[in-house]
Design a protein around this ligand. Structure first.
Ligand SMILES: Cc1cc2nc3c(=O)[nH]c(=O)nc-3n(C[C@H](O)[C@H](O)[C@H](O)COP(=O)(O)O)c2cc1C
Length: 338
């Protein structure tokens, strides 16, 4: 299979990981204010919620979020194809299948990381989704689970999903241990193996492979790209330090565009916040994702404190964001970072 020469493959050079309860539409809108090119992912949405539950509101997003991929959870090819069709019709640029999430809830539904044990089912899901929609179908997976030997199972897994029509893959470069570790521990304790992901790139030179796991700076993302990988997906660091990861990404990773800044992002969020409040939304639903914007900068603590203490109060509005911003801008540039 050849890497399709779409812009989306290029956008996938840097992406923000799907994260439940974190990468909701407000978070994605914020991240988009920091980078025009980075590929954004939704939280995982189960195919059953869309198809059987009719929860189509889970697909709501803003036009400004593009390019944006919908991540689906499930293991029933027919249901996933229906969900993929709904996602594509809602305007998503890519549909991604979750084969990496180890949570109990997800294991009981036979999807997520447990699917690493069943490449035939994953291939059937990919093929069915591929046949249903025109936008790319991609997979996010682990290097293996439990006692699997990744050197053995990962090439087999990848060749089957590629044969089924998977156009890109993101590999979280650590195993998931399905028994005994919480989902949170499963993001830290199993060791990272970037070398293995590199070897997969050598084995599958025409497959667009993104690596995920433990990337904490744009420098590190650049090094991984320089080492021959096609993309880097950043999760927690992009959420906690969005400015560090995203504000220089357009220039440094995509070679076009100017650097953003936390201040510019705040200014750009104001009309969005106003519109959300006018529609009956609450301030904290948006500002909870903005707490890390000034991470490491003087006044960051004041920014976080004002927003976390005030944004849940009835009637909280944009003036609270201005008050929080004053903590950052009032401080001299050489003031001690807090
Ligand atoms: C709060 C949270 C929620 C997550 N939810 C999902 C999810 O819905 N789907 C998924 O594939 N991975 C999910 N993940 C895993 C991330 O996508 C990513 O693989 C993981 O955090 C490792 O990347 P990082 O070290 O850059 O954070 C989640 C991670 C976090 C921290």
């Amino acid at each position: 299979m050849r890497v399709p020469p779409t812009n989306l493959s290029r956008n996938a050079r840097l992406s923000v990981a799907p994260m439940m309860d974190w990468t909701d539409r407000h978070c994605r809108y914020l991240h988009r204010q920091l980078s025009r090119h980075v590929l954004l992912y939704t939280e995982m949405v189960t195919a059953a919620a869309l198809v059987r539950g009719g929860a189509l509101h889970l697909l709501d997003h803003d036009h400004a979020e593009h390019p944006v991929a919908l991540q689906l959870g499930g293991s029933d090819p027919v249901e996933l194809a229906q969900a993929a069709r709904l996602g594509a019709a809602a305007g998503y640029d890519e549909i991604n299948l979750n084969c990496g999430c180890p949570s109990d809830r997800v294991q009981s539904g036979t999807f997520g990381a447990v699917l690493m044990r069943d490449p035939a089912t994953v291939a059937a899901c990919v093929a069915e989704m591929r046949a249903a929609i025109d936008v790319p179908v991609t997979v996010k997976c682990r290097i293996g689970v439990d006692d699997q030997d990744p050197e053995e199972v990962l090439p087999e897994f990848l060749s089957r999903i590629v044969a089924a029509g998977c156009e890109r893959v993101t590999i979280h470069a650590r195993k998931a241990w399905l028994k005994g570790l919480s989902p949170k521990e499963n993001r830290d304790i199993p060791p990272l193996d970037y070398d293995l992901v590199q070897r997969m790139k050598e084995l599958f030179p025409n497959l667009h492979i993104s690596v995920n796991g433990g990337v904490t700076s744009l420098d590190q993302a650049e090094q991984l790209l320089d080492s021959g990988l096609d993309g880097v997906m950043v999760g927690r660091s992009a959420y906690h330090q969005p400015t560090d990861i995203l504000a220089q990404a357009d220039r440094r990773i995509f070679g076009s565009g100017v650097d953003g800044s936390a201040e510019m992002a705040v200014t750009a969020m104001m009309p969005y916040i106003e519109a959300h409040l006018t529609a009956g939304g609450r301030l904290h639903q948006i500002t909870r994702h903005m707490l890390g914007l000034f991470a490491g900068r003087p006044g960051a603590r004041g920014w976080r404190r004002v927003l976390s203490e005030g944004a849940t109060r009835d009637g909280a509005g944009p003036e609270l964001v201005d008050a929080a911003l004053a903590h950052v801008t009032a401080l001299a540039p050489d003031a001690k970072a807090v």
